[in-house]
Structure formats: structure tokens, C-alpha cells
Design a protein around this ligand. Structure first.
Ligand SMILES: [Zn+2]
Length: 95
């Protein structure tokens, strides 16, 4: 499935996404911890603790398939494909 949200609403504390199958709110802390950029994956691979929670500052579209989230701690390497955010949304709804 090629998931693309119908609406995206960014606040410092969360990313709110409206999908065809529901609305989900993903917290900034959760998104920051879930970052899969090279640096964060390397950190996790070394067994280092996840990054400290940070607020969301900006969300920049990456083509039509993803957004690049910028956090208040200066971290701006995370690319979040819509498909993946849709999966995280489904998990969030079940929490
Ligand atoms: Zn990262």
C-alpha cells in the first residue's frame, strides 16, 4: 500500500496525520527515538541509549514519499517515509 496522508499538522510535541483510515498523533519523543538515519542506527548498533526527547521544529517534504523531520536538538537527518509513518500510526492507535 502506498500510504500518503490527507493532512499533516505539526506541533512542537507531536505530528498529527490524517490518513484515509483514521487520524493518528505520533509524539515527538516517539519519532525522535524511532529515527532510522545512519547516525541513530549506528548509535543503536553500539548499544548506546536512544536520543533524548526533543521537540519538532519543522517537517520538510521529500519528494512525494516521505518527510524529513527537524528536531529542536538540531537533529535533521531523519527521513520518515509515509508507509512507515502509516505503520507507526497503526501501532499508535492500538496503544
Ligand atoms: Zn537520526
Amino acid at each position: 500500500m502506498n500510504a500518503v496522508p490527507e493532512a499533516v499538522d505539526l506541533t512542537p510535541g507531536a505530528l498529527r496525520l490524517r490518513w484515509a483510515d483514521g487520524i493518528a498523533e505520533l509524539s515527538a519523543a516517539r519519532l525522535r527515538a524511532a529515527c532510522r538515519c545512519g547516525g541513530c542506527r549506528a548509535r543503536a548498533g553500539r548499544g548506546e541509549p536512544a536520543a533524548a526527547p526533543a521537540d519538532l521544529v519543522d517537517a520538510v517534504p521529500v519528494g512525494s514519499y516521505a518527510i524529513n523531520l527537524v528536531f529542536s536538538d538540531g537533529h535533521d537527518r531523519g527521513i520518515y517515509p509515509w508507509d512507515w509513518l502509516h505503520e507507526l500510526s497503526a501501532a499508535a492507535v492500538q496503544d
